[in-house]
Design a protein around this ligand. Structure first.
Ligand code: SF4
Length: 695
């Protein structure tokens, strides 16, 4: 009813990488409610977060003034009440706060041998991500800049870059409507990409075969032709067994392999060691099922593979993705309608932030920092030199703080005091920093440790472009004014850069977008004016082309145009259950809460539906432990211990624990293992040895 609101503003959802378009309905400069809009990804649909998760922006905890740590503040720690912070911080003008923030970072920069690091954000726009990495590289001369992709799909990116030559999806998720079969592995789209899940369900209704693979019996199992609930960490064994069958039974597409790939002979040899009859015990899936899945996928006319963090967040995350890429390649399921490789992206702009170079080994458009030609292009563009050495990644930066190699940080919109593995180690690192600048919309757990806090605008208060999991670039628009003195992230970045001595003159994000186009071929034929009118999928082949939903039909962006088969061996999880820690802990998200909970736990409806920290276990495990559903359980790993309410859930395998990481009062990452995948440098969030006891 239009009487309910004064005006409406079309924008993009602030949460997941599906990138649903929505319309904010506004009355008296407050968002009253939200409706879905017919965007290319969502076709009018929204999930509970998009529809009901908007009112965090009006929460009284919003930061409205710059804050500076008091000289007589208590020692740094996770000890600041967001409603009663005055003992720790005092309000400041923007000039004083920016001078203090930049002055502290510049002092450390100019102190020989001292390094400063930066975490940008996948919740910011493409332009803000670009400016952030430019500020670190141009302002400090090195590549110590990263963001939450390191905790998300970094291993998928390393495998895709290695074997396909491009880090983005080869087909939009909407292409599933042209597929006959789809594999969804290590992902729980009904909770984490709910609107994408509606397309997956529709696909099964018209007869498509859905093969779900996950150590948990995730919700999509109800729509699946095959549900493979494999043992945690056994992905490579299972996928190699499936590929073994495809080779053994000559089900592979030899024409496609000959025309578009390399190294298949080595792959064939490698797979001989993985017969399903041998791997069944390792992965917990009967050989007959593995054979049936292999035949179903390989003989389909068109097949797609979707994956999530169940694949990526392992010390063998890159190997997992290598297997999925090989599986699609040997069946010729890439580059045609209804085929493709699609790692489902998490944050609303994690694709765009990665594309914009917010990572320590790549500049914009994944140009390697070590390549002299690449750096020469950016030297011409930016007028400055910077290091050819790869920078440190998220977890490595925390270790470098403990080692005394990093003494200052600028953190924009990330919350490592909740999101890093072995989070007490990360919190101790943050407390050790000599100068920490945090830019955010709330006084987050990370902001507890700040020396200067800069109040930023929330997504519905800013202008900027974002890129979703489908490579669709879309315009975000300001719907309501920011509270108090909060300012847009790009503005704060520019003001800091000027105080660091950089000659930045940007006055609007459109100027940043125009500069990005000089180094990002992916934005060819995409202009700010176009995005004001329509979403565009990259690559776009002409100013009129809405973009290519499917890529690599005529070859890959690698030498010779060929994708590569890279064999993967079985690497066991970093710490296996033992008598002291006999169970397996798996962390993840749940439908109502988003990542570290800073937004959704301040959204009235979402917090009312899921107000309490919880974990889930199989009923047989609860019986063995003598715990009633709804009771409290103590979880202990080699990193720490916490107490949390436990739910009964038959979808969780016996002797596994599933624990969401959104709750500060039972922060899952107190327990998680910081061991890293050697290629993507992603931690093993999906497997920690744990002990559970009645609390
Ligand atoms: Fe937002 Fe994702 Fe839900 Fe769409 S599916 S409304 S983008 S959280």
């Amino acid at each position: 009813d239009s009487a309910d609101y004064d005006r409406e503003v079309k924008s993009v959802c602030p949460y997941c990488g599906v990138g649903c378009q929505l319309s904010f309905k506004i009355k008296d400069d407050k968002v009253k409610y939200v409706d879905g809009v017919d965007g290319p990804a969502n076709e009018g649909r929204l999930c509970v977060k998009g529809r009901f998760g908007f009112d965090y922006i009006h929460h009284p905890h919003r930061l409205t003034k710059p804050l500076i740590r008091r000289d007589d503040a208590p020692a740094k720690g996770l000890n600041v009440d967001p409603e009663n912070w005055q003992a720790h911080f005092r309000e400041a003008t923007w000039d004083e706060a920016l001078d203090r923030a930049a002055g502290g970072l510049a002092r450390l920069r100019d102190d020989a041998g001292t390094r400063v690091a930066g975490f940008g954000s996948a919740k910011c726009s493409n332009e803000e991500a670009y400016l952030f990495q430019k500020l670190i590289r141009q302002g400090f001369g090195h590549n110590n800049v990263d963001h939450c992709t390191r905790l998300c799909h970094a291993s998928s990116v390393s495998a895709l870059m290695e074997n396909v030559g491009s880090a983005a999806v080869t087909a939009t998720f909407n292409e599933i409507e042209n597929a006959d079969v789809a594999i969804v592995i290590g992902a729980n789209p009904i909770e984490n990409h709910p609107v994408a899940a509606t397309f997956f369900k529709q696909f099964t209704k018209r007869g498509g075969k859905l093969i779900v693979m996950d150590p948990r019996g995730v919700g999509l199992r109800r729509f699946a032709s095959h549900m493979l609930q494999f043992k945690p960490g056994a992905d490579v064994a299972m996928l190699n067994a499936i590929m073994h069958v495809i080779v053994e039974e000559n089900l592979y597409d030899d024409q496609y392999i000959a025309g578009f790939t390399e190294n298949f002979d080595a792959m064939k040899d490698h797979l001989k060691a993985f017969p399903p009859e041998k791997m069944a015990e390792v992965c917990g899936i009967p050989a007959d099922t593995l054979r049936d899945v292999a035949r179903t996928f390989a003989t389909a006319r068109a097949g797609m593979i979707f994956w999530g963090m169940g694949v990526s967040q392992h010390i063998h995350g890159t190997d997992n993705s290598r297997c999925l890429i090989s599986l699609a390649l040997m069946c010729g399921h890439v580059g045609r309608p209804g085929t493709g490789l699609h790692p489902l992206r998490g944050q609303n702009n994690v694709q765009g932030a990665s594309d914009a170079g917010l990572i320590p080994m790549f500049l914009p458009d994944y140009a390697p920092v070590g390549d002299d030609g690449v750096r020469s292009l950016f030297r011409d563009l930016w007028g400055t030199e910077f290091s050819p050495d790869k920078g440190l990644t998220v977890v490595e930066i925390m270790d470098a703080i403990h080692a005394g190699d990093i003494r200052g940080m600028y953190i924009l919109g990330e919350n490592p005091a909740m999101s890093d593995p072995d989070v007490e180690h990360a919190r101790d690192a943050l407390a050790k920093l000599e100068h920490l600048v945090v830019q955010d919309i709330f006084l987050t757990e990370t902001a507890n440790y700040a020396d200067v806090i800069l109040p930023a605008t929330a997504w519905p208060e800013k202008t900027g472009t974002v890129t979703n999991t489908n490579r669709q670039v879309q315009m975000g628009r300001p719907a309501v004014p920011p509270p108090g003195d909060a300012r847009e992230d790009w503005w704060i970045e520019v003001e800091l850069a000027k105080r660091l001595g950089l000659p930045w003159t940007y006055t609007h994000p459109s100027e940043v977008f125009a500069e990005m186009k000089h180094s990002m071929k992916s934005f060819d034929n995409i202009t700010w004016d176009r995005l004001e009118a329509e979403a565009v999928t990259y690559p776009s082949l002409s100013p009129e082309d809405p973009g290519q939903p499917i890529v690599f039909g005529d070859g890959f962006p690698r030498a010779g145009g060929r994708a590569r088969f890279t064999p993967a061996n079985v690497v066991p999880p970093d710490e296996l259950p033992d008598p002291e820690y006999p169970m397996v802990l798996i962390t993840g998200r749940q439908l109502e809460h988003w990542h570290t909970g800073s937004m959704t736990r301040r959204a009235t409806v979402l917090d009312a539906v899921e107000p309490e920290a919880n974990c889930s276990m199989h009923p047989s495990t609860l019986r063995r432990l003598g715990i009633e559903a709804g009771g409290m359980v103590r979880l202990t790993t080699r990193r720490g211990t916490l107490v949390v309410m436990v739910r009964e859930d038959r979808a969780v395998a016996p002797d596994n624990v599933f624990l969401p990481f959104a709750y500060v009062e039972a922060a899952a990452n107190i327990l998680t293992n910081p061991s890293l995948d050697p290629y993507g440098k992603i931690p093993e969030f999906k497997f920690s040895a744990v002990r559970a006891e009645k609390a």
